[in-house]
Structures are given as structure tokens and as C-alpha cells.
Design a protein around this ligand. Sequence first.
Ligand code: HEM
Length: 145
Amino acid sequence: MDFNLMLNAHRGFAYLILLSSALFIIALLMVMFGYSGKINNFLRKSTLFTMIFFHTQAIIGLVMLFFFSPGFKQATEAGTLMKDAVARNTYVEHPFAMIVSAVLLTILNKKFKTNDKMQISWVIMAVIALALMFWAFQWNRLFGA
Ligand code: HEM
């Protein structure tokens, strides 16, 4: 297993997450603005797949961070991990926010699986999970030059 292979896998799953979260947002809006507020299978499936991709990313990301990443090793050794904004974003804020988002998605998946009616607190939880994800997403590194 080498670092580049893991980084490419992490990049591939990032596209899948963008796709599944787009479906998740559509499903959420449909349930929120549907008259009954009934949780449908589209929402259940899109939450499940987004959660699965997030968990996979978390495993790849954590292994990469602690065992492979040359950038993380260099920044910790040089003591610039928190001082340097780019290093802090990549190796601290990105992993931390994504893990919190993954935990929220896991809770939501359980709620949607076992309930029929949407609750406002779950919508708020979903908004927080998505906001963290979009904030911590490495847009420049995936789509930048
Ligand atoms: C959940 C825990 C996660 C951890 C611990 C984690 C960890 C990391 C680390 C350490 C890097 C930098 C690798 C390096 O350059 O040395 C990275 C980059 C990246 N991560 Fe994550 N990540 C996580 C979740 C996610 C998720 C959920 C997404 C997508 C939605 C994502 C998308 C990316 C992208 C696009 C990059 C940039 C790849 C590149 O530079 O080519 N990560 N991640």
C-alpha cells in the first residue's frame, strides 16, 4: 500500500461523496417540503450511501494521516502544523470536521431507518453535517490547477 494509491482512492471517493450528498440534499428538500413530512426510501438510501462513503473516507483518511502522509509528518516534525494555515486546514480542520460530519450522518441514518416522520431537529443535524462537509472539503486540491 503506498501513499499515492491511498490519495487517489481518497480523491475517487470524494467525487462519489459529492454525488451522493447532492442526492441527499434533494431527498431532504423533497421530504421537508412534501406535505406529509414522511421519510421516504430515496432519503433513506441516499443517507445510507453518503454515510458508507464517509466511513470509507474516514478509514482511508486516518490511515493516510497517521501512517503515510509526508506532509503531515513534515509539519509535525517542523512544528508548523498549527501555525501554517494550509497545513492546519489539511491535517487538522479537514479530518476533524469530516469525522464530526460522519458521526452526524451515522445518527441520521439510524433515525431515518427507524422512523416514518421527519423531525426539525434531524433537519438541523443534516444541515450542520452538510455545512461542515462543504466547509472542510478540499475544493482547491480536487478541482484546482
Ligand atoms: C473522515 C475523515 C477524513 C480524514 C481523516 C481525511 C484525511 C485527509 C488527509 C490526511 C488528507 C491530505 C493527504 C495529504 O496530502 O497528505 C486529505 C485530503 C483530501 N481529502 Fe480527506 N479525510 C477525511 C474525509 C474526507 C471526506 C469525507 C472527503 C470528501 C468529501 C475528503 C476529501 C479529500 C480531498 C479531496 C483531499 C485532497 C486530495 C489531494 O490533495 O489530492 N476527505 N484527507
